[in-house]
Design a protein. Structure first.
Length: 347
């Protein structure tokens, strides 16, 4: 397979094939949804060969390989359209779906996908899709867009942990050594703890929450995006057994300086711009860092003025209660409809 290695990952209703070269991931393909991500376009041909070979091994329908130059002569790349991957021929399609619940986490009947908005911000059945060049991709053009409201807490971190896990990481775990795979797995567990609580609050108060929101095309994601009358909160979940020290422009965990503030500010700024572009108006976005398992927590000088750094999920709930209402119910629904569409975060 041209030096490529394929590994199968099964979690949260997904069946994915991760492809790497010399230990470096180059992309993945979701067998059940047709969604894929290819970070090295020059390896498109061997990537799809590896995917088709693994599909045959699994007894699953193999996808048609996207051409680098469709019949009309217009060049395309996998990087340009990761959400428009060809759908396996046995994947069921439906023409209509029930509206999503207030929490955005109940999958529509009969399928894992929901339709996108058609000219607005309210989900509607039979939504339109960006044009896809070439007859080979006609089926992909008819498929509804994926719904980020179906993502599970910690899904992206756990997938990365599984991708990195091999005999070397298992050996390191036996001797208690720290590995990148272990760090991702611990992070995924913390995201599930916080995400479960956010889901409960959303059901109770009529808020909306999205988990593992993919941003851009370099594998970045936001742990949680909470949407309610208080606006939008991008939540960065962190797990530690050490002591946390917070100042107005810095955080130390276990005596080591970390870049959590910089990353959280960047996430909020990016979300603010992307949601404003999608909604056609300003969307208030705040950033929060929420810890899980901290043994000590010290805040100096009131902490950062633009990022809420909170000891645990209970402190996060108290902080939310102090936030004022800045969005009407109609605006909350509009922002949620935009936020649950992948193309909002990957323009």
């Amino acid at each position: 397979m041209d030096g490529l290695e394929a590994k199968v990952w099964r979690r949260y209703g997904h069946l994915r094939i991760y492809v790497s070269r010399d230990g470096t991931g180059i992309g993945w393909y979701d067998v059940r949804t047709g969604r894929h991500e290819l970070t090295v376009p020059d390896l498109a041909a061997p990537f799809w060969n590896a995917v088709r070979t693994e599909c045959r091994t699994l007894g699953e329908p193999a996808p048609p390989a996207p051409g680098t130059r469709p019949p009309d002569g217009t060049p395309t790349t996998d990087r340009a359209r990761p959400e428009s991957a060809p759908q396996p021929p046995t994947t069921p399609t439906h023409n209509a779906h029930p509206p999503p619940t207030s929490t955005g986490h109940t999958p529509p009947t009969g399928t894992e996908r929901t339709p996108t908005a058609d000219g607005g911000l309210t989900p509607a059945a039979g939504a339109g899709h960006p044009p896809v060049a070439g007859a080979r991709f006609a089926q992909a053009a008819e498929e509804p867009e994926l719904d980020l409201a179906l993502n599970r807490p910690g899904g992206a971190a756990q997938a990365r942990a599984d991708e990195l896990r091999d005999w070397r990481t298992r050996l390191a775990a036996l001797v208690g050594a720290r590995t990148q795979a272990r760090d991702f797995a611990v992070g995924a567990k913390a995201e599930r703890v916080i995400g479960g609580r956010l889901d409960k609050w959303a059901r109770k108060h009529g808020w909306h929450v999205l988990h593992a929101v993919p941003v851009g095309r370099r594998g970045a994601d936001i742990d949680h995006v909470l949407i309610g009358p208080f606006g939008v909160v991008t939540v960065n979940t962190k797990s530690t057994r050490g002591k946390v020290w917070v100042a107005d422009n810095g955080i130390m965990v276990g005596g080591t300086k970390v870049d959590y503030l910089r990353n959280s500010r960047h996430e909020a700024q990016r979300a603010r711009k992307l949601l404003a572009d999608a909604c056609g108006r300003h969307v208030p976005v705040q950033a929060a860092v929420v810890f899980v398992g901290a043994k000590g927590f010290t805040v100096r000088n009131g902490g950062p003025h633009d990022v809420a750094v909170l000891r645990d999920v209970r402190a996060f709930r108290r902080w939310l209660r102090r936030c004022g209402n800045v969005l009407s119910p109609e605006q909350v629904a509009e922002v949620h409809a935009a936020a649950r569409r992948p193309k909002t975060w990957r323009p």
